[in-house]
Structure formats: structure tokens, C-alpha cells
Design a protein around this ligand. Structure first.
Ligand code: PLP
Length: 450
């Protein structure tokens, strides 16, 4: 496999774009050196890089592309709307229509407001909570890796440069499926916590009605209960994970799969909370969400078409079925190749990820990078195993076959060391204060063949 065009472009891009792209998770440091550097186009679950290499892709735009790349009904809806103009001086009719479609699916929510990304939606939920309660502290689930690019969340991670300590001190953390950690916060900061925010589930389901118990705690202590459905929304079920687990949060946030990769996010919730950001009320006004591009018409058209597609096709069932098939197939190959305990596949079938351990059984970026490198060689581009509606049986089978070959290399690396097989530096974890030594200067062109 040849990556020479990618290499040349990578050398250029880091001169003018910090990180070389606009989403951290897509950065060079998250992938092996022998990776496609730039994607030229996608169709369904297949992508082609600038060197003409074809891959079956997993993750699909950080989980945004749930149906498939360039998915015709969605592209057509967006293209048609675009012909009528993208942005006006007064609201477009489609803003109302899209909100009605969305609230028809997220049954517990009474109002919603759209934006372009998830970070603004979660931050707006926090601001409304602080305004409603008159409290400054917020609490977030520390087992859930990402809620926002904004200070209230990034300040809790290892990469907290540029964030005032005073802001960091206002963010508290609790653990998933650990009710005592929630109770402890309310005991330690009585009357100070505005809201709790968490994903309804990550890789494990909530145990012992954890979500309901947390909600009770919030009610008891006058805090707002927020579910971040950026990942679970339209993947767990058509009504989000709140439908799956039968719970109605005070507010919830959506994005990603809402518009099959087009930029649309949503804050949904109770009227008594959201209306503070409106104009017809007598309470203190809250400037929660207002962006120039918030109601870009073709993103809304894509959102409506995507939501209708979910309602008229068995998307949730297909994601679950194909994810299960993929997971079972890879587990078999893991056993067959004798790497149980070193490589694992976990998560809900619609949202699978893989884990990589070294010979001592500790999580390892080096082995993760090696596995991705060996999968790429075999035509699979997967920082995760998050499936889409377009992943066919043949795609899944080909992926399992790619794992078979990649894990044979992994097994050898466990005894001989990954360094013998990995070309170039390893990937690095996101939340650390400084770059690893290998990333302290831009590397020169190191060759391009897999
Ligand atoms: C659970 C969760 N919440 C919020 C966000 C932020 O969304 P965005 O990247 O659109 O700002 C993400 C993004 O990965 C996420 O996974």
C-alpha cells in the first residue's frame, strides 16, 4: 500500500493547521505512521484516500455517519434545500419543521434548540442549569471521556492548559454505576451543585437502575439531571437511550447521528428550563444557544431526512445485528489466534470498541497502534469498531478476515515486542499535558510503503 501523496500533504498541513486537522480524534497522533493521511471520498462504509487506497471504515466521522457516507436520500434532501438558500435574516420554516420532527422522536422533551456541534449543546445545558438553580458547581461522570471542548469539561482533563483554576474548581466528578460517589458529592457540597451530566451508558449498561437513582438524588438535592446522548442518540433506539432505559431527564443533548454527518446538534428538555433562553417569560434571561450557523437550512434538511429514515427503516436493528456479527466473529478470531486477554472487543453492538494489552496485560498504545497498522494493511481503517447501516455482511466478513491476519502479527509481537513490527512512532493518548517525545518536532518524510 502506497501513501506517498498522503505524506506530501501531511508535510504541508502541519505548517498551517495546528494538529493537521480540525478534530482531535482524526489527528496523525491517533493513528499509526502507516495510515492514510487524507480521505478523498467515501461511499457507504468505504473510503478512498488520496493515494487511491480503499478501506472499510469504522467510527464513521466520530460516530456521526450512522447510515453511510454520501447516503443518497440524505444528500438529496440537503442538496434540494440548499437550492433555496442556506441562511436568512429571519428564521427559516425548516427550523420549526425540524424541531417538530425531532420532538416527535424524543418523546420526553418539550422544547429543543439546535446548534452545529455537541459542545455548544452540552454547555448550554449547563448554563441553563446554573441559571435555574443559582448554583455554580456542576458534576460530570468521569468515566465518560468527552462532553465538550469548553473549559468546564477540558479543565477536568490532563490537557487543561489555558483554563483558569477558578473554572476548574467548579467542575466535580462522580463515577458511572457508583451511586455512593454521587451521594458523596451532594453531602460534600450541599446546595452548591447545579446539575449532573452523564452519558446514559458507555460500554456498560446502567446497573440497578443507576440513572433513575441518580435522578432521584438530583431531585432530592435540587439539581438538574442531564443526559448527554451525543453517542447513544439514534443508536440505542430511535428515541435515544432515554427510551431504552425508560427515563425522562430534565435536559438531554444530541448531535452526531442526528444528521448522518451534517452539522446539527440539539439541546432538548423541559419547557420550564429551556424557556429561560426564550423571549416570552418574566424570569431572568439566559443566553444559552445562539449561533450564526445554528439553523443552516440544508443541515436541517439532512437532519429531517435522517430522522425519517430511522423511522421508516430498521436502522437500529441492523446496527445491533451487524455489530453482534462483527463482535462474535472477532472474538472467535481472538480465541483462534491465542490472544485472549490481550485483545478485546467490548461495548454495545452498535458502538463497539477494541482494547489492546501488552504481554503483561496492561493497556498499550504501542500494541493499539500495531493492531491498527496491521488492519490498515488489510484494508480496514478502524480506531473503533463503530458500525453503520451500510456495513454489509461482506464488509463484516472482510473485517473479521483482516483481524485474523492482524492478530497473527499481534501474537508474534507479544513475544518479540511490538517495536519489531510497528513502523514509526506509536500513537499517543489525548488527555496528557505534554506531547510524547516522538511528537515534540514534526518528523521528516519517512517513506510511505506498507
Ligand atoms: C458524549 C459526547 N458529548 C459531547 C461531544 C461533543 O460533541 P462535538 O464534538 O460535536 O462538539 C462528544 C464528541 O465526541 C461526545 O462524544
Amino acid at each position: 500500500m502506497e501513501f506517498s501523496k498522503s505524506r506530501a500533504l501531511q508535510n504541508r498541513v502541519h505548517q498551517i493547521i495546528p494538529g493537521g486537522c480540525h478534530t482531535y480524534a482524526k489527528g496523525d497522533d491517533q493513528f499509526p505512521f502507516l495510515s492514510p493521511g487524507f480521505i478523498q471520498r467515501g461511499l457507504g462504509c468505504h473510503v478512498w484516500d488520496v493515494d487511491g487506497n480503499e478501506f472499510i471504515e469504522y467510527g464513521m466521522g466520530c460516530r456521526a455517519v450512522s447510515l453511510g457516507h454520501a447516503f443518497k436520500p440524505i444528500v438529496d434532501a440537503a442538496a434540494e434545500e440548499m437550492q433555496r438558500g442556506a441562511n436568512f435574516t429571519r428564521p427559516a420554516l425548516i427550523e420549526l419543521q425540524c424541531a417538530e420532527e425531532f420532538l416527535g422522536m424524543i418523546r420526553g422533551a418539550e422544547m429543543c434548540k439546535f446548534s452545529k456541534d455537541g459542545s455548544t449543546a452540552t454547555t448550554a445545558a449547563l448554563k441553563l442549569s446554573r441559571a435555574a438553580t443559582g448554583r455554580d458547581r456542576i458534576a460530570l461522570c468521569e468515566d465518560h471521556p468527552f462532553f465538550s471542548i469548553h473549559d468546564w469539561f477540558i479543565g477536568t482533563t490532563g490537557i487543561n492548559g489555558g483554563i483558569p483554576k477558578a473554572i476548574q474548581d467548579l467542575s466535580l466528578t462522580f463515577r458511572f454505576n457508583d451511586l455512593d460517589s454521587v451521594k458523596h458529592l451532594f453531602e460534600k457540597y450541599p446546595g452548591e451543585i447545579a446539575c449532573l451530566i452523564m452519558e446514559p451508558a458507555k460500554y456498560d449498561d446502567p446497573q440497578d437502575h443507576f440513572l433513575h437513582r441518580v435522578q432521584e438524588q438530583c431531585e432530592q438535592h435540587g439539581a438538574i439531571f442531564i443526559l448527554d446522548e451525543m453517542i447513544t442518540g439514534f443508536r440505542w433506539s430511535n428515541g435515544g437511550a432515554q427510551e431504552t432505559y425508560d427515563i425522562v431527564p430534565d435536559m438531554s443533548t444530541f448531535g452526531k447521528a442526528l444528521a448522518n454527518g451534517f452539522s446539527l446538534s440539539a439541546l432538548a428538555g423541559k419547557k420550564e428550563l429551556l424557556k429561560a433562553s426564550g423571549i416570552y417569560h418574566d424570569q431572568e434571561r439566559v443566553f444559552a444557544l445562539s449561533t450564526t450557523h445554528g439553523a443552516e437550512t440544508h443541515a436541517m434538511a439532512a437532519g429531517m431526512a435522517t430522522m425519517r429514515y430511522y423511522q421508516n427503516h430498521p436502522v437500529i436493528d441492523v446496527l445491533a445485528r451487524q455489530g453482534t456479527r462483527l463482535s462474535c466473529g472477532i472474538q472467535n478470531v481472538i480465541a483462534e489466534q491465542g490472544v485472549e486477554g490481550y485483545v478485546s472487543v467490548f461495548g454495545k453492538p452498535c458502538n463497539l470498541v477494541f482494547g489492546t494489552n501488552d504481554a503483561e496485560g496492561n493497556p498499550s498504545q504501542g500494541y493499539r497502534c500495531l493492531l491498527m497498522q496491521e488492519l490498515i494493511k488489510r484494508g480496514v481503517l478502524g480506531p473503533s469498531l463503530v458500525i453503520s447501516y451500510s456495513h454489509s455482511d461482506a464488509d463484516v466478513d472482510q473485517t473479521i478476515e483482516a483481524f485474523r491476519g492482524a492478530l497473527a502479527v499481534y501474537r508474534r509481537a507479544l513475544s518479540e515486542g511490538y517495536g519489531k513490527f510497528l513502523v514509526g512512532r506509536e500513537s499517543q493518548v489525548v488527555y496528557q499535558q505534554f506531547n510524547e517525545p516522538a511528537y515534540r518536532a514534526q518528523p521528516g518524510c519517512m517513506g510511505s510503503q506498507v
